[in-house]
Design a binder for this molecule. Structure first.
Ligand code: PEP
Length: 227
């Protein structure tokens, strides 16, 4: 079954979260995960849907201002977390090593994990995509609660989507390195979702901008339903 994850980034407070989830009815035949910002997690969990956080720390507790622990997430009823999103890597100094620590600790604590990997524009231009993916994937543990999201950084929030062929090639490589489901992320929209999701190694999508609107996210979920 395809997995469709909505990454809301720093959008939607508790009120907008409740509003979205009251109106959202995912189609049968797909698994949907909503990833709201930390302050909206409680409101999202109350909807009964599967909710993931957008990050999680590797210590159980401590002096780590601005971070959140697995214990806090589990107490809230959150079922998983994204780790290593490119915005965390680009703007907040996340490294392969911190992504590894976050992923390992979250999995050990019983959370599911979506670990993001993907090359920068200049890395693709220089022909380094394969090396970058090999490096980023090499730190991730093989685990049945782990999913990888292939998110080419040049396609995130830019409107530039990877062609289905580019996505398929990267997904096949990732799955050869680590046999786990692989989601595609990067400007997925209702218009391009079906073609991307039809690729044999694309097991779902991590959707940013287009997941903020009930209608467009529902259309993407529908594109992933078995025909
Ligand atoms: C994301 O944030 O994970 C993402 C894929 O964003 P967008 O769909 O807006 O490109």
């Amino acid at each position: 079954m395809a997995l469709l994850a909505a990454n809301w980034k720093m959008y939607k407070g508790p009120g907008e979260t409740r509003e979205f989830l009251a109106a959202f009815e995912p189609p049968d035949g797909v698994e949907v995960v909503i990833c709201p910002p930390f302050g909206s997690l409680g409101a999202a969990v109350a909807s009964g849907r599967t909710i993931f956080a957008q990050n999680v720390h590797w210590e159980d507790e401590g002096a780590f201002t601005g971070e959140v622990s697995t214990r806090i997430l589990l107490e809230l009823g959150v079922q998983g977390a994204i780790v290593g999103h490119s915005e965390r890597r680009q703007y907040f100094g996340e490294t392969d090593e911190t992504v590894r620590l976050r992923a390992e600790h979250a999995l050990a604590a019983g959370l599911r994990v979506i670990a993001c990997v993907g090359e920068l524009d200049e890395e693709r231009e220089r022909g380094e995509t394969e090396n970058v993916l090999r490096r980023q994937v090499s730190v991730l543990p093989e685990h049945d609660a782990l999913v990888v999201a292939y998110e080419p950084v040049w396609a995130i929030g830019t409107g530039k989507t990877a062609t289905p062929e580019i996505a398929q090639e990267a997904h096949a490589l990732i799955k050869a390195l680590l046999p786990v489901p692989v989601l595609y992320g990067g400007s997925v929209k209702p218009e391009n979702a079906a073609e991307l999701l039809a690729q044999p190694d694309v097991d779902g999508a991590l959707v940013g901008g287009a997941s903020l609107d009930v209608e467009s996210f529902t259309a993407i979920c529908q594109a992933a339903t078995p025909s």
